[in-house]
Design a protein around this ligand. Structure first.
Ligand code: NA7
Length: 498
C-alpha cells in the first residue's frame, strides 16, 4: 500500500471529550491540527461502552463542557445523570457545532510515534497509522497530544478456556452497536465495578437467570436519578458560573458544600442524620459529608457501617447481604453510584456468586466454573474493567529522545510531570495522563484544565518562537505545593530557556 507523508503543527490521538476540546483550542491558535481516531465516530469511552444500563455517575449538568457559554445554555439534558446514548448525542452535537469533523480522521489506529530532531532545538514526531482497509500512512507533527483516555483498553482477563464457551461473550467496554436482547436467557456477569453493577441491574430485568460473579464487594451509593422537573434545568443554567466554580474548588471536581468538620465533631445520631441526607440526595457527594473520612480510620468506619446497614436493610437474604458488604476501607476504591443494584438481589432469578476465595477456575463450553461447580449459561458478560491509565499508551510504540521507549521508561510504573508530560519525550502531552486526578475526579473538568494548560503552553512557545518543551526528570517527582510552582513557572521557564 502506498504511504503518504504530511507535515502538521499538531496531531491529537483520540476523538473523545479530551481530543475534541484539544482540537477546538488548537484550531483557535491557528495551528494545522489533525485528530486520529480508531473508532468510526467521536465520543471516546462513550462510543465503546454501550452495555445495557451504561450511564455517567457524575451529574449531567457537571459532566459537560464549560468552555462555551452558548453550548452550556443551549444543550438540554433529560435526566440528572445522563445515559450513554445521550452523552454520545452531546459529543456529536459538539463536533458539529464547532465544525470539528473536518480535521478528524476516523477508523484509523495509531501504531507508532517516534520523536526525532534535526538539531538541538527542532524536533518532530513521526506518527504511523493504519486504517480499517489496512492502508498505512505517516504524519509528521511538531506537537503530539495523546487524548487516548484513561479507561480505553478493555481488560479481557485471561480466563482459561474462554474460547471453548459455546455462547456469545461480551465485554462491557467494547459492546456491540446493536441492542443485545437477554430476554429468557441465562447470563453470567463477571465483575462488580461501576460497569458491572449498572449492567447487572439492567440485564436482570430481562434474563431468566443471572449469576453475578463478585471478587470484591464495592461501596455503592444511590444515584437518585430522575428526569429534570420543568424549570429545574434553567434554574441551574441561570447560575451556571457559580456551579462550575464550586466544582473547581472541590477535591473531586464535583460541586458540593465543602464541609470542614470531622465526623467526630458530631454525636452518632447527628452523624446518622447527615449520612442519611446525602444518601437520600444521591451521588458521589456522599464521600464529602465529613472532612476526615479519607484521613481518619474511625471516621471512615462510621461511613462504612452506615452503608453496610443500608445493604442489610434492602437485601432480604442475610447471606447475600453479607456477601455484598464491603470489608475494605470506604472510599479507597472509587465509590460506585447506581439505582436499585442491591434490590436486584431480591429477585429470585439473580444469584450472587462469591469468587473471592477460589476465583474463576476456568470457563468451559457451558459457562464459568468456580470451585468445581459449573454455572450453565447462554451468554457471558465480562465487566472486568480496563488496563487503566497506561494501557492505551503502551499499546502504541512510542519512542522519545534517543529512541527511548515509553514502555521501557515505565517498566517500574508510570512517571510523569503531573500527568501532562514525560521526561525524555519532548513536545508530547498526555491529557489526564497517569499521575493526574483523572478518573478520581469529574473527567470533564480535569480534561478542560489539562487542555487549557497544554494549549496555553503551546501558545507560549509559539509566541517565543521556541520549538521544544520537555519535562525534566525532577519535575516528575514533584508533589503538593511544588505542583503549583511547576505549573506556574518551571515548565514555562524551561521553554523560555530554549
Ligand atoms: P472496574 O471498576 O475496574 O471493575 C472491574 C471489575 O472486574 C472488578 O469488580 C474486578 O474485581 C473484576 N475483575 C477483574 N478481573 C477479574 C478476574 N480475573 N476475575 C474476577 N473478577 C475480575 O471497571 P469498570 O468497567 O466497572 O469501571 C471502570 C470505571 O468506569 C470506573 O472507575 C468509573 O470511573 C467508571 P476486583 O475489584 O479487582 O476484585
Amino acid at each position: 500500500m502506498p504511504r503518504s507523508h504530511q507535515q502538521l503543527d499538531a496531531l491529537v490521538v483520540g476523538a473523545g471529550f479530551a481530543g475534541m476540546y484539544m482540537l477546538y483550542r488548537l484550531n483557535r491558535l491557528g495551528l494545522a491540527t489533525r485528530v486520529i481516531e480508531k473508532a468510526s465516530g467521536v465520543g471516546g469511552t462513550w462510543f465503546w461502552n454501550r452495555y445495557p444500563g451504561a450511564r455517567c455517575d457524575i451529574e449531567s449538568m457537571q459532566y459537560s463542557y464549560s468552555f462555551s457559554h452558548q453550548l452550556e445554555q443551549e444543550w438540554e439534558w433529560s435526566e440528572r445523570y445522563a445515559s450513554q446514548k445521550e452523552i454520545l448525542e452531546y459529543a456529536n452535537h459538539v463536533a458539529d457545532r464547532f465544525d470539528l469533523r473536518k480535521d478528524m480522521q476516523f477508523d484509523t489506529e495509531v501504531t507508532s510515534a517516534h520523536y526525532s530532531h534535526c538539531d538541538e532545538d527542532r524536533g518532530s514526531w513521526t506518527v504511523s497509522m493504519e486504517n480499517k482497509q489496512g492502508c498505512t500512512s505517516t504524519i509528521r507533527a511538531r506537537f503530539l497530544v495523546m487524548a487516548t483516555g484513561c479507561l480505553s483498553a478493555p481488560n479481557t482477563a485471561a480466563f482459561s478456556g474462554i474460547e471453548d464457551f459455546a455462547g456469545p461473550c461480551y465485554h462491557t467496554g467494547s459492546w456491540p452497536h446493536q441492542e443485545i436482547d437477554f430476554t429468557g436467557k441465562r447470563v453470567a456477569i463477571i465483575g462488580t465495578g461501576s460497569s458491572g453493577i449498572q449492567a447487572t441491574t439492567a440485564i436482570a430485568r430481562q434474563a431468566s437467570q443471572l449469576f453475578v460473579f463478585q471478587r470484591t464487594a464495592n461501596y455503592i451509593v444511590p444515584a437518585n436519578n430522575q428526569p429534570f422537573r420543568p424549570g429545574e434545568q434553567q434554574q441551574i443554567k441561570d447560575a451556571y458560573g457559580d456551579l462550575r466554580s464550586l466544582a473547581r474548588k472541590a477535591r473531586n471536581g464535583v460541586a458540593q458544600e465543602i464541609v470542614t468538620d470531622p465526623a467526630s465533631a458530631f454525636t452518632p445520631s447527628q452523624r446518622e442524620q447527615r449520612y442519611q441526607q446525602r444518601w437520600d440526595d444521591g451521588g458521589l457527594t456522599f464521600i464529602g459529608v465529613f472532612s476526615d473520612l479519607l484521613l481518619d480510620a474511625e471516621s471512615n468506619q462510621t461511613a462504612a457501617d452506615f452503608i453496610r446497614e443500608r445493604i442489610h436493610e434492602v437485601v432480604h437474604d442475610p447471606e447475600t447481604a453479607k456477601m455484598l458488604c464491603p470489608d475494605s476501607t470506604f472510599g479507597c476504591k472509587r465509590l460506585c453510584v447506581d439505582s436499585d443494584y442491591y434490590d436486584t438481589f431480591n429477585r429470585d432469578s439473580v444469584t450472587l456468586v462469591n469468587i473471592k476465595e477460589h476465583g474463576i477456575e476456568k470457563i468451559c463450553s457451558r459457562g464459568p466454573v468456580v470451585n468445581g461447580k459449573v454455572y450453565d449459561v447462554d451468554a457471558l458478560v465480562l465487566a472486568t474493567g480496563f488496563d487503566a491509565m497506561t494501557g492505551t499508551l503502551k499499546q502504541i510504540d512510542i519512542r522519545g529522545r534517543d529512541g527511548l521507549k515509553l514502555v521501557d521508561k515505565w517498566i517500574d510504573g508510570p512517571t510523569t510531570c503531573l500527568g501532562l508530560m514525560v521526561a525524555g519525550f519532548p513536545n508530547l502531552f498526555t491529557i489526564t495522563g497517569p499521575g493526574s486526578p483523572s478518573v478520581l475526579s469529574n473527567m470533564l473538568g480535569s480534561i478542560e484544565f489539562h487542555v487549557d494548560w497544554i494549549s496555553g503552553c503551546i501558545e507560549h512557545l509559539e509566541k517565543r518562537e521556541a520549538n521544544r518543551i520537555e519535562a525534566t526528570e525532577s519535575a516528575e517527582s514533584l508533589w503538593g505545593k511544588e505542583v503549583e510552582r511547576v505549573v506556574d513557572q518551571t515548565v514555562y521557564r524551561t521553554c523560555e530557556s530554549w
